[in-house]
Design a protein around this ligand. Structure first.
Ligand code: ATP
Length: 884
């Protein structure tokens, strides 16, 4: 079908839709059922069987299975079956861990999928892009990712960047007119918009003509490789660490085996023990547990309203030294209200809070209804995309908060939708943060045309040659300008955001000549808009400061407005911490970088400045988190170490360029995410510490015993059991541990910091050594008391080792001392430890298992002895507090 050749009527008929109402939800559901979801065919997820079999790919596990088979053939059935059961259980655990990680990653992807604004049964709705169907009318605005193939039916300065399809990065000007030519390539069908491309400018309406695999993108989808999730730096580092640990574990195991054989232990015993020890000591599950810890942490972040788009961001969050935050909406509430108006050289106070539609205008406490108030606000209404409508007895406000504020003020002056009926918008130059202004061309009933421009006053005033006052339009004098400038300063000093409203009668000028349209303007009035700081932000900024993280405000607003808000937030106390975009332009990169550590507010900046700010900070060695929402913010978001986009106000482009999305656009969510990021990393350190110290203990007890010519203190099934139960569950629970109280009191972690830094390596070795030592001691005393009962001595060793690890796990929760934290805080850990103890008791006291694990019931006094021995490593080190 050649959609580009049809006019609007034919389009609507062919697609059985309607440009005013769209389609109904029922029709949409039927079409969705018939044509399927609007998505490209995804790569198949790994099948469950594959995931399960993957657990056996580890070389040592295979060797163990082979050895078990061998021992089975030699008649050691009980041993062989026990080992196989344990290996199977281990694999099941690994399988569930990986499945959980995969599922949560898939969920994350779902959460960050774009939404589409569609017209259904006459109402605009935001729906997931996958639910879009042919015939849907879609609203397009700057920053949107196009979600299906569509024919444009209405546009204002619409430009779309189609490099995803054509490779051409220069945006294409789009039109709503039909094209009569035949046989034109899709790239030349300028009234079409294609799935996967980006709206870089303007706005428009379009009707969906193809979805999913039927789109142009779908037809070339095979060419698009499904990129594999990149491992995070930490995962990569752990992978290489894992390789080193394997070598060390293998070396030590080989030593145990060699010394054992030399000491005259039977070859077969040593062989199976060696392999079991190798399987136990090699932390093969480490990367999987790290991924689980990362993805569980990411889920906790979702609960706190932060969506991590790239897993590596979790680590970088802990490194962050500077947060560059947009002001509007992130540090402030984005609930804007016009508080002051200035027309005819008169300042008016506007009453009525928030979005309340009732209020009055006062000059010197006297009510006023001056004609120019209405006129200025009418222009404000016309030059706007926002809307206020009554729906089911409730006022519904939609659009840009600045524009809503102007609309609300207009309602207070008794203006409403009807007041606009005699005007028609015939063209528009869109607002963007670079230009800081917007213009519409309006035609009234008598076909007279004029332009309305609204925007930042300091941008518009130099373009103004006339002023409107009681007598009408007259040339502006320097006295007028001074008065207006004074007014702007006063408003800004009161933390008000300022907007100037100007008009211009038009004769024959063409709109495409932006330069001349927005010159020679007539000044009509000023609006001072309040946007109060979010209450909770002050505390969050302080928390970041305590954590060694500097917060920098970046805003397009006037320097004085920004300064006033920054002071309210306790971000600055002196004014020289403010730099404006104008000053920035005068500075070299070098000069900026030298000064940047002293700057806390960047005002009247454009998104292009943001990139320079990021680079200057990075040059100073900072790890920078940068927020953004618009198309133009994308380069700065990409260049920063953590790009943060806004879930509500953010465009698809900004979201795609970011690694973190704030669902509530709120600064405190950044602080919460940093805290969580730091905690996840600390938790990973906790279980690495636990696992490795346990492994050190296991190897050392075997090595020491053999070197001292004692029998082996543990048999293979016991070693494997320790590896499965004691190591697995508590380690997982440590991954879910709550943060230490001081987690936001420490400075950011240096990027280059190794896993074992801050004394972790020493802790692993000393604790591991002590665990090995007490186990050995318990074993030796029991064996010397009664050399005929080796099985009993082994049971003592086994129990001591398990208990020592289960007590040591509480030590791992703190970098300071075991006594620094409430041991009952982490419920998962308590459950994990209790179940491990219960399993231990079953193995010791349940006769059928006694046969398999070669254990004997321990007498009560021995049990007390064992527990006291097991507590030594933890209690002893608990009294040697580490600083921090
Ligand atoms: P942030 O703090 O998130 O960077 P901001 O709202 O401070 O954003 P912009 O949105 O770029 O910055 O606005 C810059 C200036 O442009 C404002 O101070 C205001 O004067 C003007 N402005 C803002 N919104 C509009 C609009 N919809 N139409 C015209 N002018 C606007």
């Amino acid at each position: 079908m050649k959609w580009y050749q049809l006019n609007e009527r034919e389009l609507m008929d062919k697609l059985s839709t309607n440009q005013v109402k769209g389609i109904t939800d029922d029709i949409a559901a039927a079409r969705l059922k018939k044509f399927g979801l609007n998505q490209l065919n995804q790569k198949q997820r790994s099948s469950l069987l594959f995931l399960f079999l993957k657990q056996f790919q580890d070389f040592m596990v295979l060797v163990l299975l082979a050895a078990t088979l061998l021992s089975g053939l030699l008649g050691e059935y009980v041993d062989a079956i026990a080992i196989i059961v344990i290996v199977l259980m281990n694999s099941i655990l690994g399988f569930f861990q990986e499945q959980k990680a995969e599922k949560s990653l898939a969920k994350l992807k779902e959460l960050s999928a774009p939404v589409a604004h569609v017209l259904r049964s006459g109402e605009w709705k935001a729906i997931p892009s996958t639910d879009v169907v042919v015939g849907d009318i879609i609203k397009l605005s700057s920053g949107d990712r196009i979600v299906a193939d569509m024919r444009i039916i209405n546009e204002r300065s619409l430009e779309i960047e189609e490099s995803a399809l054509t490779g051409e990065s220069v945006p294409v000007n789009k039109t709503a007119n039909k094209i009569d030519e035949d046989h034109i390539e899709f790239a030349d069908q300028h009234n079409m918009a294609y799935m996967g491309t980006l709206v870089t400018k303007g706005s428009g309406l379009a009707v969906v003509v193809a979805t999913g695999m039927e789109t142009v993108m779908g037809q070339i989808a095979d060419l698009l490789v499904n990129t594999k999730a990149q491992p995070t730096p930490l995962e990569r580092r752990l992978e290489s660490l894992g390789k080193i640990l394997i070598v060390i574990a293998l070396f030590l195991t080989a030593m145990v085996v060699a010394v054992g054989i030399w000491q005259g232990h039977p070859l077969y015993d040593m062989f199976l023990s060696g392999i079991s020890l190798a399987v136990a000591a090699i932390p093969e599950g480490l990367p999987a547990i790290v991924t689980v810890a990362l993805s569980l942490g990411v889920q906790r972040m979702i609960k706190k309203k932060a969506i991590v788009r790239k897993l590596s961001a979790v680590e970088t969050l802990g490194n962050t030294t500077v947060i560059c935050s947009d002001k509007t909406g992130t540090l402030t509430e984005n609930k804007m209200t016009v508080k002051q108006l200035y027309t005819n050289h008169q300042l008016m106070e506007v009453t009525g809070d928030g979005h309340e539609l009732k209020g009055n205008f006062y000059v010197n406490q006297q009510k006023t209804q001056h004609r120019l108030i209405k006129e200025a606000l009418l222009y404000g209404m016309l030059c706007s995309h926002a809307s206020i409508k009554k729906q089911k007895n409730k006022w519904v406000m939609d659009g840009d908060p600045t524009e809503i504020a102007l609309l609300v003020a207009a309602h207070k002056a008794n203006l409403n939708e009807q007041s606009l009926q005699s005007y028609r918008i015939i063209d528009e130059i869109a607002f963007d943060s670079d230009r800081k202004r917007m213009t519409v061309i309006v035609e009234d009933d008598s076909k007279r045309r004029f332009a309305i421009t609204k925007g930042a006053p300091d941008v518009l005033l130099p373009r103004t040659n006339y002023i409107l006052d009681e007598q009408g339009r007259r040339p502006i004098t320097s006295k007028d300008s001074n008065k207006i400038n004074q007014q702007i300063d006063d408003m800004a000093a009161n933390a008000l955001r300022t907007i100037a409203i100007c008009i211009k009668p038009l004769s024959t000028e063409s709109l495409r000549n932006h330069q001349s349209i927005e010159n020679n303007l007539t000044f009509v009035g000023l609006a001072g808009i309040i946007d109060p700081p979010r209450k909770e932000v002050k505390q969050a900024i302080k928390a970041c400061k305590d954590a060694g993280i500097k917060t920098v405000m970046i805003t397009g607003d006037h320097a004085k407005t920004a300064t006033a808000i920054a002071k309210q937030l306790h971000l600055i106390n002196k004014e020289d911490a403010v730099l404006t975009g104008f000053q920035l332009n005068q500075m070299s990169d070098q000069a900026l970088s030298e000064k940047i550590d002293d700057i806390y507010v960047f005002a009247r900046v454009t998104p292009t400045h943001k990139l320079r700010i990021v680079q200057a900070l990075q040059q100073k060695g900072h790890i920078v988190a940068m927020t953004g929402d618009g198309v133009n913010d994308a380069p700065a978001l990409k260049a920063s170490d953590i790009g943060i986009s806004m879930g509500i106000a953010g465009t698809d482009v900004a979201k795609e360029a970011s690694s973190l999305v704030l669902l509530d656009d709120n600064f405190i969510t950044i602080e919460a995410a940093i805290k969580e990021g730091r905690n996840i990393y600390e938790n990973i350190r906790k279980f690495i510490r636990y696992l490795l110290a346990s492994n050190v203990g296991e190897i050392l007890v075997m090595l020491f015993a053999i070197m001292l010519s004692y029998p082996l203190p543990l048999i293979p099934v016991q070693i494997l059991w320790v590896n499965l139960v004691t190591d697995g569950l508590p380690a997982m629970a440590l991954g879910l541990d709550q943060p230490e109280k001081n987690v936001m009191k420490m400075p950011p972690r240096p990027v280059k910091e190794g896993i074992f830094s801050r004394g972790l390596g020493v802790k692993i070795l000393t604790r591991g050594f002590m665990i090995g030592l007490v186990t050995l001691f318990a074993f030796m005393t029991a064996y010397q008391n009664d050399p005929l009962h080796l099985t009993y001595a082994r049971t003592i060793a086994f129990t001591t080792l398990v208990m020592a690890q289960l007590i040591h796990v509480f030590d791992c929760r703190s970098e300071r001392s075991v006594f620094a934290r409430n041991p009952f805080q982490n419920l998962y850990l308590i459950i994990a430890v209790i179940s491990s103890i219960a399993l231990l008791l079953v193995v010791i006291y349940y006769p059928p298992l006694q046969i398999i694990f070669e254990t004997l019931p321990i007498r009560l006094n021995d049990l007390i002895y064992v527990i006291s021995m097991a507590a030594i490593p933890t209690v002893l080190f608990g009294f040697i507090p580490t600083k921090k």
